[in-house]
Ligand binder design. Structure first.
Ligand code: AMP
Length: 282
Protein backbone atom coordinates (compact mmCIF):
# COMPACT_ATOMS: atom_id res chain seq x y z
CA UNK A 1 0.00 0.00 0.00
CA UNK A 2 1.29 3.42 -0.97
CA UNK A 3 0.52 6.63 0.90
CA UNK A 4 0.67 10.15 -0.47
CA UNK A 5 -0.12 13.60 0.88
CA UNK A 6 -0.14 15.85 -2.15
CA UNK A 7 -2.29 16.02 -5.25
CA UNK A 8 0.86 15.88 -7.37
CA UNK A 9 1.98 12.59 -5.77
CA UNK A 10 -1.51 11.15 -6.12
CA UNK A 11 -1.76 12.07 -9.78
CA UNK A 12 1.71 10.61 -10.46
CA UNK A 13 0.73 7.29 -8.84
CA UNK A 14 -2.61 7.15 -10.65
CA UNK A 15 -1.14 8.02 -14.05
CA UNK A 16 0.86 4.78 -13.95
CA UNK A 17 -2.25 2.74 -13.09
CA UNK A 18 -4.41 4.37 -15.72
CA UNK A 19 -1.85 3.99 -18.48
CA UNK A 20 -1.70 0.27 -17.65
CA UNK A 21 -5.46 0.20 -18.31
CA UNK A 22 -6.43 -0.45 -14.69
CA UNK A 23 -9.81 0.68 -13.34
CA UNK A 24 -9.82 2.92 -10.29
CA UNK A 25 -12.24 2.72 -7.35
CA UNK A 26 -12.29 5.54 -4.82
CA UNK A 27 -13.54 5.59 -1.21
CA UNK A 28 -13.62 9.06 0.40
CA UNK A 29 -13.64 9.09 4.22
CA UNK A 30 -12.81 11.26 7.20
CA UNK A 31 -10.90 8.39 8.82
CA UNK A 32 -11.48 6.76 12.24
CA UNK A 33 -12.20 3.74 10.07
CA UNK A 34 -14.82 1.17 11.08
CA UNK A 35 -16.58 -1.75 9.40
CA UNK A 36 -18.87 0.66 7.51
CA UNK A 37 -15.85 2.19 5.77
CA UNK A 38 -14.33 -1.27 5.29
CA UNK A 39 -17.51 -2.43 3.50
CA UNK A 40 -17.04 0.40 0.97
CA UNK A 41 -13.41 -0.61 0.51
CA UNK A 42 -14.55 -4.24 0.06
CA UNK A 43 -17.02 -3.22 -2.65
CA UNK A 44 -14.35 -1.17 -4.43
CA UNK A 45 -11.90 -4.08 -4.13
CA UNK A 46 -14.42 -6.39 -5.83
CA UNK A 47 -15.23 -4.02 -8.69
CA UNK A 48 -11.92 -2.30 -9.46
CA UNK A 49 -8.24 -3.04 -10.13
CA UNK A 50 -6.93 -0.21 -7.97
CA UNK A 51 -8.52 0.98 -4.71
CA UNK A 52 -7.83 4.53 -3.53
CA UNK A 53 -8.86 5.64 -0.04
CA UNK A 54 -8.82 9.25 1.09
CA UNK A 55 -8.68 10.27 4.73
CA UNK A 56 -9.43 13.94 5.20
CA UNK A 57 -11.40 15.62 7.98
CA UNK A 58 -12.97 18.31 5.83
CA UNK A 59 -13.28 21.57 7.77
CA UNK A 60 -15.70 23.03 5.21
CA UNK A 61 -18.46 20.59 6.14
CA UNK A 62 -18.37 21.39 9.86
CA UNK A 63 -20.33 24.36 11.17
CA UNK A 64 -19.21 26.70 13.95
CA UNK A 65 -19.50 24.91 17.31
CA UNK A 66 -19.47 21.46 15.67
CA UNK A 67 -16.89 18.76 16.40
CA UNK A 68 -14.17 19.50 13.80
CA UNK A 69 -11.49 19.81 16.49
CA UNK A 70 -12.68 16.80 18.49
CA UNK A 71 -13.30 14.52 15.50
CA UNK A 72 -11.42 11.25 16.14
CA UNK A 73 -8.12 11.01 14.28
CA UNK A 74 -5.81 7.96 14.41
CA UNK A 75 -3.71 7.78 11.28
CA UNK A 76 -1.60 4.81 12.34
CA UNK A 77 -4.62 2.62 13.08
CA UNK A 78 -6.39 3.76 9.89
CA UNK A 79 -3.37 2.89 7.75
CA UNK A 80 -3.15 -0.57 9.33
CA UNK A 81 -6.86 -1.25 8.70
CA UNK A 82 -6.66 0.12 5.15
CA UNK A 83 -3.68 -2.10 4.36
CA UNK A 84 -5.46 -5.17 5.77
CA UNK A 85 -8.55 -4.33 3.71
CA UNK A 86 -6.55 -4.30 0.48
CA UNK A 87 -6.32 -0.58 -0.25
CA UNK A 88 -3.64 0.23 -2.84
CA UNK A 89 -3.24 3.98 -2.37
CA UNK A 90 -4.13 6.16 0.63
CA UNK A 91 -4.41 9.90 0.07
CA UNK A 92 -3.91 11.94 3.27
CA UNK A 93 -3.93 15.59 2.27
CA UNK A 94 -3.50 18.41 4.76
CA UNK A 95 -6.07 21.20 4.99
CA UNK A 96 -3.56 23.54 3.28
CA UNK A 97 -3.07 21.06 0.45
CA UNK A 98 -6.81 20.86 -0.20
CA UNK A 99 -7.61 24.48 0.47
CA UNK A 100 -4.74 26.90 -0.22
CA UNK A 101 -5.34 30.27 1.39
CA UNK A 102 -6.13 31.82 -2.01
CA UNK A 103 -8.95 29.36 -2.77
CA UNK A 104 -11.83 31.31 -4.34
CA UNK A 105 -14.30 28.57 -5.30
CA UNK A 106 -16.94 26.73 -3.30
CA UNK A 107 -19.49 24.37 -4.81
CA UNK A 108 -22.92 25.60 -3.83
CA UNK A 109 -25.82 23.17 -3.78
CA UNK A 110 -29.48 24.16 -3.52
CA UNK A 111 -32.78 22.33 -3.02
CA UNK A 112 -32.45 19.12 -1.01
CA UNK A 113 -29.45 20.55 0.79
CA UNK A 114 -31.78 22.90 2.64
CA UNK A 115 -33.91 20.35 4.51
CA UNK A 116 -33.12 17.85 7.31
CA UNK A 117 -29.30 17.70 7.60
CA UNK A 118 -29.01 20.86 5.51
CA UNK A 119 -31.44 22.75 7.74
CA UNK A 120 -29.70 21.58 10.93
CA UNK A 121 -26.22 22.13 9.55
CA UNK A 122 -26.24 25.24 7.31
CA UNK A 123 -23.46 25.12 4.71
CA UNK A 124 -22.76 21.44 5.40
CA UNK A 125 -23.61 20.20 1.91
CA UNK A 126 -21.70 23.02 0.20
CA UNK A 127 -18.69 21.78 2.19
CA UNK A 128 -19.39 18.18 1.19
CA UNK A 129 -19.86 19.09 -2.49
CA UNK A 130 -16.69 21.19 -2.56
CA UNK A 131 -14.53 18.41 -1.12
CA UNK A 132 -16.15 15.58 -3.11
CA UNK A 133 -15.92 17.49 -6.41
CA UNK A 134 -12.25 18.19 -5.70
CA UNK A 135 -11.47 14.61 -4.68
CA UNK A 136 -13.26 13.19 -7.72
CA UNK A 137 -11.24 15.50 -9.96
CA UNK A 138 -8.01 14.62 -8.17
CA UNK A 139 -8.57 10.86 -8.54
CA UNK A 140 -10.59 10.78 -11.81
CA UNK A 141 -11.88 7.49 -10.44
CA UNK A 142 -14.11 5.21 -12.50
CA UNK A 143 -16.25 4.47 -9.43
CA UNK A 144 -16.65 6.19 -6.07
CA UNK A 145 -18.26 4.44 -3.10
CA UNK A 146 -20.59 6.11 -0.61
CA UNK A 147 -22.62 4.71 2.29
CA UNK A 148 -26.42 4.81 2.47
CA UNK A 149 -25.80 5.75 6.14
CA UNK A 150 -25.58 9.34 4.85
CA UNK A 151 -28.68 9.10 2.65
CA UNK A 152 -28.99 12.81 1.98
CA UNK A 153 -25.29 13.06 1.14
CA UNK A 154 -25.79 10.27 -1.40
CA UNK A 155 -28.67 12.15 -3.05
CA UNK A 156 -26.69 15.40 -3.07
CA UNK A 157 -23.49 13.83 -4.46
CA UNK A 158 -25.36 11.95 -7.20
CA UNK A 159 -27.12 15.14 -8.25
CA UNK A 160 -23.89 17.17 -8.15
CA UNK A 161 -22.07 14.55 -10.26
CA UNK A 162 -24.86 14.77 -12.83
CA UNK A 163 -25.06 18.58 -12.78
CA UNK A 164 -21.29 19.07 -13.08
CA UNK A 165 -20.82 16.28 -15.68
CA UNK A 166 -18.49 14.37 -13.39
CA UNK A 167 -17.63 11.08 -15.09
CA UNK A 168 -17.21 8.96 -11.97
CA UNK A 169 -20.04 6.47 -11.28
CA UNK A 170 -21.43 6.91 -7.77
CA UNK A 171 -21.98 3.53 -6.06
CA UNK A 172 -24.11 3.33 -2.91
CA UNK A 173 -23.43 0.64 -0.29
CA UNK A 174 -25.80 -0.55 2.49
CA UNK A 175 -25.63 0.62 6.10
CA UNK A 176 -23.45 -1.56 8.34
CA UNK A 177 -24.89 -1.96 11.85
CA UNK A 178 -23.89 -3.37 15.21
CA UNK A 179 -25.81 -6.53 16.22
CA UNK A 180 -28.16 -4.37 18.34
CA UNK A 181 -29.03 -2.19 15.34
CA UNK A 182 -26.83 0.84 16.02
CA UNK A 183 -25.44 2.13 12.71
CA UNK A 184 -21.64 2.24 12.78
CA UNK A 185 -20.28 5.77 12.93
CA UNK A 186 -16.95 7.33 13.84
CA UNK A 187 -18.94 9.51 16.25
CA UNK A 188 -20.05 6.43 18.27
CA UNK A 189 -16.59 6.75 19.85
CA UNK A 190 -17.91 9.77 21.78
CA UNK A 191 -20.48 7.64 23.65
CA UNK A 192 -20.09 6.18 27.15
CA UNK A 193 -21.78 2.86 27.98
CA UNK A 194 -25.13 4.42 28.97
CA UNK A 195 -25.21 6.70 25.94
CA UNK A 196 -24.21 3.81 23.70
CA UNK A 197 -27.29 1.94 24.91
CA UNK A 198 -29.53 5.00 24.49
CA UNK A 199 -28.23 5.41 20.93
CA UNK A 200 -30.03 2.21 19.86
CA UNK A 201 -33.27 4.20 20.07
CA UNK A 202 -32.46 5.72 16.66
CA UNK A 203 -32.63 2.40 14.83
CA UNK A 204 -35.56 1.28 16.98
CA UNK A 205 -37.47 4.41 16.04
CA UNK A 206 -36.87 3.64 12.36
CA UNK A 207 -38.30 0.15 12.90
CA UNK A 208 -41.34 1.70 14.56
CA UNK A 209 -41.80 4.09 11.64
CA UNK A 210 -41.41 1.26 9.13
CA UNK A 211 -44.07 -0.74 10.95
CA UNK A 212 -46.50 2.19 10.58
CA UNK A 213 -45.83 2.52 6.83
CA UNK A 214 -46.07 -1.25 6.27
CA UNK A 215 -49.43 -1.25 8.06
CA UNK A 216 -50.74 1.37 5.67
CA UNK A 217 -50.08 4.42 7.86
CA UNK A 218 -49.24 7.82 6.41
CA UNK A 219 -45.75 9.42 6.38
CA UNK A 220 -47.02 11.79 9.09
CA UNK A 221 -48.08 8.82 11.26
CA UNK A 222 -44.62 7.28 10.78
CA UNK A 223 -42.95 10.57 11.74
CA UNK A 224 -45.07 10.76 14.88
CA UNK A 225 -44.22 7.17 15.86
CA UNK A 226 -40.50 7.81 15.40
CA UNK A 227 -40.60 11.11 17.29
CA UNK A 228 -42.57 9.49 20.11
CA UNK A 229 -39.98 6.76 20.57
CA UNK A 230 -37.04 9.17 20.41
CA UNK A 231 -38.70 11.87 22.51
CA UNK A 232 -39.38 9.37 25.24
CA UNK A 233 -35.85 9.41 26.63
CA UNK A 234 -34.20 12.11 28.71
CA UNK A 235 -30.75 11.17 27.34
CA UNK A 236 -31.78 11.54 23.68
CA UNK A 237 -32.49 14.96 22.18
CA UNK A 238 -34.47 14.65 18.97
CA UNK A 239 -33.42 16.85 16.04
CA UNK A 240 -35.75 15.46 13.36
CA UNK A 241 -37.76 12.36 12.51
CA UNK A 242 -38.88 12.51 8.90
CA UNK A 243 -40.51 10.37 6.22
CA UNK A 244 -39.48 11.69 2.81
CA UNK A 245 -39.07 10.75 -0.84
CA UNK A 246 -35.50 9.33 -1.07
CA UNK A 247 -34.51 11.41 -4.11
CA UNK A 248 -36.27 14.73 -3.60
CA UNK A 249 -36.44 14.71 0.22
CA UNK A 250 -39.94 16.16 -0.03
CA UNK A 251 -43.20 14.50 1.00
CA UNK A 252 -43.34 10.96 -0.43
CA UNK A 253 -45.80 10.35 -3.26
CA UNK A 254 -48.46 7.69 -2.82
CA UNK A 255 -47.07 4.21 -3.45
CA UNK A 256 -43.49 5.43 -3.83
CA UNK A 257 -40.42 4.57 -1.79
CA UNK A 258 -40.17 6.20 1.62
CA UNK A 259 -36.97 7.16 3.34
CA UNK A 260 -37.28 7.30 7.11
CA UNK A 261 -34.54 9.55 8.49
CA UNK A 262 -33.73 10.50 12.07
CA UNK A 263 -31.16 12.71 13.77
CA UNK A 264 -30.67 13.06 17.49
CA UNK A 265 -28.10 14.18 19.99
CA UNK A 266 -27.04 11.48 22.44
CA UNK A 267 -24.66 12.93 25.02
CA UNK A 268 -21.83 14.61 23.09
CA UNK A 269 -22.64 12.93 19.78
CA UNK A 270 -25.03 14.04 17.07
CA UNK A 271 -26.11 10.80 15.37
CA UNK A 272 -28.08 10.12 12.18
CA UNK A 273 -29.70 6.97 10.82
CA UNK A 274 -32.18 6.04 8.12
CA UNK A 275 -34.20 3.23 6.63
CA UNK A 276 -35.40 2.95 3.04
CA UNK A 277 -38.74 1.17 2.56
CA UNK A 278 -41.15 0.50 -0.24
CA UNK A 279 -44.53 1.72 0.98
CA UNK A 280 -47.36 -0.68 0.28
CA UNK A 281 -50.50 1.38 0.19
CA UNK A 282 -53.91 0.31 -0.96
P1 AMP B 1 -17.23 9.46 6.97
O1 AMP B 1 -15.84 9.03 7.27
O2 AMP B 1 -18.13 9.43 8.17
O3 AMP B 1 -17.31 10.74 6.18
O4 AMP B 1 -17.83 8.35 6.01
C1 AMP B 1 -17.19 7.98 4.82
C2 AMP B 1 -18.12 7.11 4.02
O5 AMP B 1 -18.44 5.95 4.78
C3 AMP B 1 -19.45 7.80 3.69
O6 AMP B 1 -19.81 7.49 2.35
C4 AMP B 1 -20.40 7.19 4.68
O7 AMP B 1 -21.74 7.18 4.24
C5 AMP B 1 -19.85 5.79 4.79
N1 AMP B 1 -20.30 5.17 6.04
C6 AMP B 1 -20.20 5.70 7.30
N2 AMP B 1 -20.79 4.88 8.20
C7 AMP B 1 -21.29 3.82 7.50
C8 AMP B 1 -22.02 2.65 7.85
N3 AMP B 1 -22.37 2.39 9.11
N4 AMP B 1 -22.36 1.79 6.87
C9 AMP B 1 -22.01 2.05 5.56
N5 AMP B 1 -21.32 3.13 5.17
C10 AMP B 1 -20.96 4.01 6.11
Amino acid sequence: MKTCRTEHELRTLLRVERSAGRSIGFVPTMGALHDGHLSLIGAARQDCDVVVLSIFVNPLQFGPGEDFGAYPRDEERDLRLADQAGVDIVFLPSVEEMYPSDRATTVSFSGISEVLEGASRPGHFDGVCTVVAKLLNQTSADYAYFGQKDAQQVAVVKRMAQDLSIQTDIVVCPIVREPDGLALSSRNAYLDAGQRKAATSLSRSLQAGAEVIRNGGSPEDAEAAMALLLGDRADVELDYAAAVDPSTFSKPGPGGSVLLAVAARVGPARLIDNLLIEAKRT
